[in-house]
Ligand binder design. Structure first.
Ligand code: 13P
Length: 339
């Protein structure tokens, strides 16, 4: 077993998942604005520190993805955030892309940037305690998108990023996210996600990335948000697994889904059904942002000194998702352990 593979397993084994707390300052400001909290380095730290100090971290969270601001911050008791995370037994991750920008050549699409100077930034993040990283590529479905240009150029960037990250002895999370926006059906999502994944693995292989030292963070296969029909959780699970089976090499140890605008309950339920019918060797877990934080953020915004109950809400969500990794979640477990 390689060192990188050991890191992967430390993050996603034992029914643990990943907390994606790596919202850029712009995104976090939008999230805080939506609940009426003024965004500042202090408020962003206060909320995040509360989550990272929760009991649920020890049992249910194997890794936390941070943003550049947070990895350099200290807690109220004076230790660094990576130290706080390490104390819980989880590993520290860091978002290293610098965001999705307009793709020249196809201005309605995005290309993720951040390769310039990445080798040097990775060394700094390693020194600060990071052992894994994230890079998110984003694609959307419309009459004319995603184009081959966006699929190839984003796959190429993900592969260049992954290769540099492994050179720096860290595990890359490869995140190609096909957005849920649109009125397309679930089959279209399946078809486009397949094309995206196929291209990603072509490029990762070209760059000699050791796939056993990577984690894939994909979207589930879902109908567009504005599609006329909802899909059943069984259909979502079956198509998601088939798509991954067809397009992801079996040397990839684990898949940690993004929640991508699903509600907390949808994200938990779908992951549970995926694990019920999972007939692959992939570990299937979560790397949720909104679906782990939404309720906790809402409560905290109105009770900013009530750390204990904020933590309880986060513990509950983490536990529910960990139960889903074991396929042991049900509506009943939601109410039994509700905060
Ligand atoms: P969501 O789970 O809110 O989609 O966030 C996951 C993530 O890290 C997106 O890059």
């Amino acid at each position: 077993m390689t060192e990188l593979n050991k890191i992967v397993l430390k993050i996603i084994s034992n029914n643990k998942g990943i907390l994606a707390a790596d919202e850029s300052t712009g995104t976090m400001t939008k999230r805080l604005d939506s609940v009426g909290v003024k965004s500042s380095p202090k408020t962003r730290l206060k909320f995040r520190e509360t989550l990272f100090s929760s009991d649920g971290m020890k049992s249910f969270i194997g890794g936390v993805i941070l943003y550049d601001e947070t990895i350099k911050q200290k807690t109220s008791s004076g230790i660094t955030i990576p130290e706080l995370i390490n104390k819980t037994g989880a590993l520290t991750g860091i978002k290293v892309d610098t965001g999705a920008k307009i793709l020249s050549g196809s201005p309605n699409e995005k290309i993720t940037e951040g390769l310039d100077g990445l080798r040097e930034r990775l060394q700094e993040y390693y020194r600060l305690g990071a052992r894994f990283t994230k890079w998110r590529a984003v694609y959307s479905i419309s009459k004319s998108t995603p184009t081959k240009l966006s699929i190839i150029s984003n796959a190429h960037a993900l592969a260049r990023y992954s290769s540099l990250v492994q050179e720096a002895k860290m595990v890359p999370i490869v995140e190609p996210e096909l957005l849920m926006d649109g009125d397309h059906g679930i089959e279209k999502c399946y078809e486009v996600t397949s094309e995206i994944l196929k291209n990603c693995y072509e490029q990762l292989n070209l760059f000699n990335v050791d796939l056993s030292g990577t984690i894939l963070k994909p979207n589930m296969i879902l109908p567009g948000k504005k599609h006329k029909e909802k899909a059943s959780t069984e259909q979502i699970a079956k198509l998601t697994i088939n798509c991954l089976k067809e397009n992801v090499p079996s040397t990839v140890p684990g898949i940690a889904f993004l929640s991508g605008g699903q509600t907390e309950l949808e994200a938990t339920k779908n992951l549970n059904t995926i694990n019920k019918v999972n007939d692959t060797k992939f570990i299937m877990t979560f790397s949720y942002g909104r679906a782990l934080q939404q309720s906790a953020l809402k409560f905290w915004s109105k009770n900013q000194e009530d750390f204990e109950n904020t933590k309880k809400i986060f513990n509950h969500r983490s536990k529910m998702n960990s139960l889903s990794v074991k396929a042991e979640w049900s509506e009943a477990t939601e109410s039994k352990t509700a905060a």
